[in-house]
Design a protein. Structure first.
Length: 240
């Protein structure tokens, strides 16, 4: 039993390297503060808490942090996460990046800064939206064949009733710090519903996407889905 303290301990991001599982997990997401804690395991069942990798910065645009996800890109180790300023009604997070200064998962971690903002996504509800639902979250970074960087995350459409606006989207960049160019939502529910909070796995030129979704046909209960595509055949693979 891990002694993690917080009202929102959830959303772990895990990576396996050199015989060790490294998990980064949030402690909050609905209020200010929070930490991205680092825990390790050599078997995936028994875990040891090492301490905080990244802490919130009170009174800044990272007054709250959550949804950490580790990434190994170009031989360097990163954590991508959501950061949000102080709020009174609904969190409005953007996507931030930190880089290990030791070239290991043990840090210390240096903040690179914001890499994706609300204003970068025309398919996301703006901060001024009269029925603002949520910010950008659940981000993951993956290095594509050829070296470009794919950002996989969750947005909320600016139109439609609540419960129908959450979507998986992709964005591309030439380097991990950005700038990122969105290619828009990539999964259509096909009926009233929504999807989000996904994970990408690259196998050669094949992309496999694991995601959660809910649709009217299944009583709007959350379920998991799998989608696959050939990277070489995707129109967005040629986006400049």
């Amino acid at each position: 039993m891990l002694s993690l303290v917080g009202s929102g301990v959830a959303a772990p991001g895990v990576i396996f390297e050199a015989g060790v599982f490294h998990m980064f997990i949030q402690t909050e997401f609905m209020k200010s503060g929070g930490r991205c804690e680092h825990v390790v395991s050599d078997n995936g069942f028994d875990w040891t808490l090492l301490g905080s990798a990244i802490d919130a910065l009170p009174g800044t645009d990272e007054d709250g942090i959550y949804d950490p996800h580790p990434a190994l890109i170009g031989g360097k180790r990163y954590i991508v996460y959501s950061g949000m300023p102080r709020f009174t009604k609904v969190p409005q997070p953007d996507i931030y990046l930190a880089r290990s200064q030791s070239d290991s998962w043990f840090g210390p971690w240096k903040r690179v800064g914001k890499i994706l903002d609300h204003a970068d996504l025309p398919h996301h509800n703006s901060r001024e939206h009269p029925d603002y639902e949520w910010g950008i979250e659940g981000a993951q970074l993956v290095e594509l064949p050829g070296g470009r960087i794919l950002l996989n995350a969750t947005c909320f459409l600016p139109e439609g009733p609540r419960g129908s606006r959450q979507r998986v989207f992709f964005a591309l960049a030439e380097q991990v710090e950005g700038p990122y160019r969105t290619v828009g939502p990539v999964l259509d529910p096909g009926e009233p519903g929504e999807n989000g909070h996904s994970t990408v796995v690259i196998e050669g030129n094949r992309l496999v996407l694991f995601y959660q979704s809910r649709r009217a046909a299944t009583g709007h209960r959350w379920r998991y889905g799998v989608a696959k595509c050939d990277l070489a055949r995707q129109a967005w693979s040629n986006v400049a």
